[in-house]
Design a protein around this ligand. Structure first.
Ligand code: NAD
Length: 256
């Protein structure tokens, strides 16, 4: 039961972040949603979560590519018992063609943002006497594929940050872990389908079967509900001694 706890989830107006927000709200946590936009729909999502679960939920706009905005997000939340570093983007290109600004943006959003939010959230968790940090890495935090250099570097890097955070909090009631999803059919993955279809001259179904789920032995996408459930588990009392590690939700990808 997470009643009375507040969870801040970066990049949570869609996909996995939103799925985790919904599950933590179901478990009773108050919710802070975030993205870099400031649309009516963003605030409506928070209102809908509050209405359907009875928790307090609000949306705070902050651009996770900017260190000061990452820090401001946690300051503005005011309390952060559960920090989910989830915001992420992707770009696919061979290293010689990889645009420098894409490299910089991916390292900033997928890796450095977690450093900035953690730096501000940790003192709040210490004051509250309890905390959970969950960094959303990837199967690509443990293995590599061609053409995703920045993403894979950032996702490996965030596991290093997770381990360090865990050691710095090891003797406190605070844990830090990374969840490593395999493929989940969210907008970040949808956007890769048309390019991959062109690149390999394949149909949508062939791309899903032969490219995306090629390395996912279950041959099924993981779901945002499963990732929300994994986050809720790490926030439960069963997770008190789980720290500095990774949990794969990848249909067997990393067993190959
Ligand atoms: P998504 O595109 O639906 O979600 C990404 C979220 O990040 C969105 O809410 C978006 O608004 C937000 N975001 C992007 N740039 C931002 C910025 N500058 N500031 C604030 N928010 C920003 O995709 P998703 O699949 O839900 O991805 C969520 C996380 O899960 C990412 O870190 C991604 O790398 C990771 N992941 C996804 C998969 C997958 O197959 N979908 C697999 C492994 C890991």
């Amino acid at each position: 039961d997470l009643s009375g706890k507040t969870a801040v989830i970066t990049g949570s107006n869609s996909g996995i972040g939103l799925g985790i927000a919904r599950q933590l709200a179901q478990a009773g946590a108050n919710i802070v949603l975030n993205s870099f936009t400031d649309n009516e729909e963003d605030n409506a999502l928070a209102a809908e979560i509050a209405k359907s679960t009875g928790v307090t939920a609000r949306y705070i706009k902050a651009d996770m590519s900017k260190g000061n905005e990452c820090r401001d997000l946690i300051e503005e939340a005011g309390v952060c018992d559960i920090l989910i570093n989830n915001a992420g983007i992707q770009h696919v290109a061979p290293i010689p063609d990889f645009p420098t600004e894409k490299w910089d943006a991916i390292i900033a959003i997928n890796l450095s943002s977690a450093f900035h939010t953690t730096a501000v959230a940790l003192p709040m968790m210490r004051k509250a006497g309890w905390g959970r940090i969950i960094n959303i890495s990837s199967a690509h935090g443990l293995t590599a594929s061609p053409y995703k250099s920045a993403y894979i570097a950032a996702k490996h890097g965030i596991i290093g940050l997770t381990k360090t955070t865990a050691l710095e909090t090891a003797q406190e009631p605070i844990t830090a872990n990374a969840i490593c999803p395999g493929y989940v059919l969210t907008p970040i993955v949808e956007k890769q389908i048309p390019d991959t279809m062109k690149e390999y001259n394949m149909s949508r179904e062939e791309v899903i079967e032969n490219v995306m789920l090629k390395r996912q032995p279950s041959k099924e996408f993981a779901t945002v509900e499963q990732l929300g459930g994994t986050a809720a588990f790490l926030c439960s009392a069963a997770g008190d001694q789980i720290t500095g590690t990774t949990i794969s939700v990848d249909g067997g990808w990393t067993a190959l």
